[in-house]
Design a protein around this ligand. Structure first.
Ligand code: PGA
Length: 219
């Protein structure tokens, strides 16, 4: 059995009260698996609370963030540095297409990856195809074709596997290529059973505790 990583990207969803409802429900039904690592990336405001909840309740999941500042610290209003996030987060999603659509460039992505690595956060670099540059030091990549995100139209497992394979052969040191885009408990297995796919990045379907725990169960 290969090692899998299942990452929830909550995007701009959930108040603390809603997150608490999710966590209390999820902790009742979630069945950890020895070969599957699970991470939740809540909105920034909730990161310390979710992290404390996970620790206090001994939930075997990790916490991640959805973005990082490209700077170390200083006069950057509204930004959160890797140094600050590192207290709570094990992973950071970097270069999601929704952020690139707001103007984030490949060079920003590179700086953010460097910051993550400097403070021992594992970056998860999102790419829309195999031609997007992946900064050195990256070990986890998420292949997320834009047409598949939030549309209910996932890529085919065969094409996702082809892209994952191309990425792995182009860049040494990439340990995990995740697939993202309309992943559900119904289709997850078709992706994770592909040879070169090592997990999934889940948006919409990660917001519901039953559905997200079913994804972990089915993967
Ligand atoms: P989706 O989002 O699962 O809602 O398609 C995936 C993502 O954007 O990471």
């Amino acid at each position: 059995m290969k090692d899998l990583l299942i990452v929830a990207n909550w995007k701009e969803n959930k108040t603390w009260e809603e997150a608490l409802d999710f966590l209390s429900e999820f902790s009742k039904i979630y069945e950890p698996k020895p070969n599957v690592k699970v991470a939740i990336c809540p909105p920034y405001l909730l990161v310390p609370e979710v992290s404390n909840y996970v620790r206090t309740n001994n939930l075997s999941i990790d916490v991640g963030v959805q973005n990082l500042s490209k700077f170390d610290e200083g006069a950057h209003t509204g930004e959160v540095s890797a140094r600050e996030a590192a207290e709570f987060a094990r992973f950071a999603i970097i270069g999601h297409s929704e952020r690139r659509a707001l103007g984030e460039t490949d060079s920003d992505v590179k700086m953010k990856v460097e910051m993550a690595i400097k403070y021992n956060i594992e970056p998860i670099v999102c790419v829309v195809n195999e031609n997007v540059p992946i900064p050195s030091g990256t070990k986890i990549v998420a292949y997320e074709p834009i047409e598949a995100i939030g549309t209910g139209n996932p890529d085919t497992p065969e094409n996702a596997d082809r892209v994952a394979s191309a990425i792995k052969s182009k860049y040494q040191g990439i340990m995990h290529v995740l697939y993202g885009g309309s992943v559900t408990s119904e289709n997850v297995r078709r992706f994770t059973q592909m040879q070169n796919i090592d997990g999934v990045l889940v948006g919409g379907a990660s917001l519901d505790p039953k559905e997200f725990s079913a994804i972990v169960k089915q993967c």
